[in-house]
Ligand binder design. Structure first.
Ligand code: FAD
Length: 139
């Protein structure tokens, strides 16, 4: 069995995403990721996506390139890529959070007023997703 990795990237939505758009993405993600034994967390705010993908290296790599090709987003940047012993987002094939009071509070702690993932360090980006995984939107 290949070693596990965590890949975190951010990207810019090519248009404003409404609830139905996000539901479409999450429905496909949850179905496919379950089959591939991938877990993770997706966050959308201020027209940016941030996503963590955890699973076997080759499977995550293939999925990442597939996702990066999706015309619903652009300017995809890998924030971090690392080997992991244990997955963090085990309970979610794909968890989800958007702007909530908790999100705003977390951003303020990172000295940010608006969500701009390029301004966060890789550590901060991962920490944000980890904290948000405990405060998810139910979609
Ligand atoms: P199809 O649904 O037939 O898609 C074919 C291609 O069309 C896809 O590659 C996609 O690029 C494009 N497409 C699909 N729906 C739309 C649409 N509504 N508007 C424009 N283009 C569209 N998939 C996962 O499996 N796991 C994930 O974790 C995951 N995370 C994602 C995160 C983001 C930010 C985005 C934008 C997409 C994500 N997706 C994820 C969706 C992924 O890009 C594919 O749409 C999905 O995997 C289905 O692809 P498919 O080739 O099987 O099928």
């Amino acid at each position: 069995m290949e070693r596990k990795i965590r890949l975190v990237y951010f990207s810019q939505a090519t248009r404003d995403m409404n609830l139905s758009d996000l539901k479409d993405i999450l429905t496909a993600a949850r179905e496919n990721n379950r089959e591939k034994d991938i877990c993770g967390m997706l966050c959308y705010d201020n027209r940016y996506f941030v996503q963590a993908l955890e699973g076997e290296r080759g499977v995550v790599n293939d999925l990442f390139f597939h996702i990066a090709d999706d015309p619903r987003h652009t300017d995809v940047v890998i924030a971090s890529y690392e080997y992991i012993e244990n997955t963090t987002f085990t309970n979610w094939n794909m968890g989800y959070a958007s702007s909530t009071p908790v999100f705003v509070e977390l951003l303020a702690k990172l000295k940010q007023t608006t969500f701009e993932p390029a301004k966060l360090t890789p550590k901060q980006t991962y920490a944000l997703l980890r904290h948000l995984s405990a405060h998810q939107d139910d979609i």
